[in-house]
Design a protein around this ligand. Structure first.
Ligand SMILES: [Zn+2]
Length: 83
């Protein structure tokens, strides 16, 4: 049985290369085969899927909801319009 583990790539944190997950994915110190979702505060196993694991996670309902709350609804905050 071949189990080829994939490792976190620093490229995934580059917004110009991977805008779909660069703003929420982060590295886990000492655990290259995992990633951390800053939005869901959840550890993701990369397994042998590599960045596909991140893409799959970004499509989960919870992640989409939390992401829209964190990044998508700033216009709903009336405190921003003070002047
Ligand atoms: Zn997430």
């Amino acid at each position: 049985m071949a189990s080829k583990k994939t490792c976190f790539s620093d490229q995934w944190l580059d917004l110009s290369l991977y805008p779909e997950f660069a703003n929420w994915a982060s590295k886990v110190p000492g655990r290259r085969e995992q990633a951390f979702c800053k939005v869901c505060k959840k550890l993701l196993e990369l397994g042998n899927m590599g960045k596909k694991a991140l893409i799959t996670h970004s499509k989960t309902e919870l992640h989409k909801i939390l992401q829209s709350i964190l990044f998508g609804v700033t216009s709903l905050d009336p405190k921003v319009i003070v002047n």
